[in-house]
Design a protein around this ligand. Structure first.
Ligand SMILES: [Zn+2]
Length: 291
């Protein structure tokens, strides 16, 4: 069988028997699946990189993607509240659903009963764990195990891809840790509560959030509190995801001179961000160069 030359760092597998059909909720998972599965998987994602993954319109086209899939990888921790409806609509009784959150230790798990007054708090813990690259390694390992279960004949192929990817990621992690080391305990304001895994990993301090509560849009009185906090602690940065409105950060910046960094937290969150590693490179460089 003739094989096309694929210009990625994927190892070339033996003869393709059947591709595993994978759907992922996010583009970060999509990228990890591509790196582990390479030419033995056909992978598609649902939420675009420049969309807020908390919300997704339930479209029949997404159900169709799931109808033909073997496996559906999700972040879990109730980030994708829209996913069960899509699974129901797909009528695919053999679809395997995997929550990658099972491979990590959740942070900010509420100790009291969660209700709507606390905003969009996730009762099982903060679901934004992929922003810690060590968690991305854990995610890639689970993806490998699941692909190998579905296609044992390709198990060693997936393992080689996994090992090559983890090696590459480890080198980048060392680079990211060294770049961030000069910012230890630096106070930063973030827009949404998506950063605890990132800040814990790299030793930054979350001074506050532009959202008064997770998922609750900014208010004038909370903006005033943030402006006071920035002045008191001489904070230099607000970090926000590309899909959030600029209005409140800009207003806060006009009063304080604080710098706003808009960063992608998914692959394709910006046009030139085509992988998890490029995304993390971008975030780390932006914060390290401006912090
Ligand atoms: Zn969130």
């Amino acid at each position: 069988m003739l094989k096309k030359i694929i210009l990625t760092f994927c190892l070339l597998g033996s003869v393709v028997i059947a591709q595993i059909k994978v759907v992922t909720t996010t583009t970060v998972i999509y990228d990890l699946v591509k790196n582990v599965g390479c030419d033995k998987v056909e992978v598609d994602y649902l939420s675009r990189g420049d969309q807020d993954v908390h919300f997704l319109e339930v479209l029949p086209s997404y159900m169709m993607k799931l109808r033909k899939a073997d496996i559906f990888f999700q972040i879990g921790l109730q980030l994708e509240m829209w996913a069960p409806q899509l699974v129901d609509g797909s009528r695919n009784s053999s679809l395997k659903i995997v929550y990658l959150s099972d491979s990590i230790t959740p942070k900010e798990v509420p100790t009291t009963k969660v209700d709507a007054s606390q905003g969009d708090v996730h009762p099982q813990g903060n679901p934004h764990y992929w922003l810690d690259p060590y968690n991305a390694k854990a995610m890639a390992e689970v993806i490998y195990l699941e692909l190998a279960l579905l296609s044992p004949e390709n198990g060693s192929y997936f393992k080689k891809n996994l090992d090559a990817y983890l090696l590459k990621l480890d080198k980048k992690i060392a680079e990211w840790e060294s770049k961030m080391s000069k910012l230890k305990q630096k106070d930063i304001i973030f827009f949404h509560s998506s950063w605890i895994y990132f800040t814990d990993r790299f030793g930054l301090n979350i001074a506050g959030y532009v959202e008064p509560k997770p998922g609750i849009p900014p208010t004038p009185s909370h903006n005033a509190d943030i402006i006071q906090l920035i002045r008191k602690k001489n904070i230099k940065l607000i970090v926000t995801e590309v899909f959030y409105s600029d209005n409140a950060p800009k207003q806060i910046a006009s009063m304080t001179g604080v710098k706003i960094l808009k960063v992608p937290t998914q692959v394709y969150g910006l046009e030139n961000i085509k992988s998890y590693i490029e995304m993390m490179d971008y975030i780390v460089n932006q914060i390290a160069n401006n912090g």
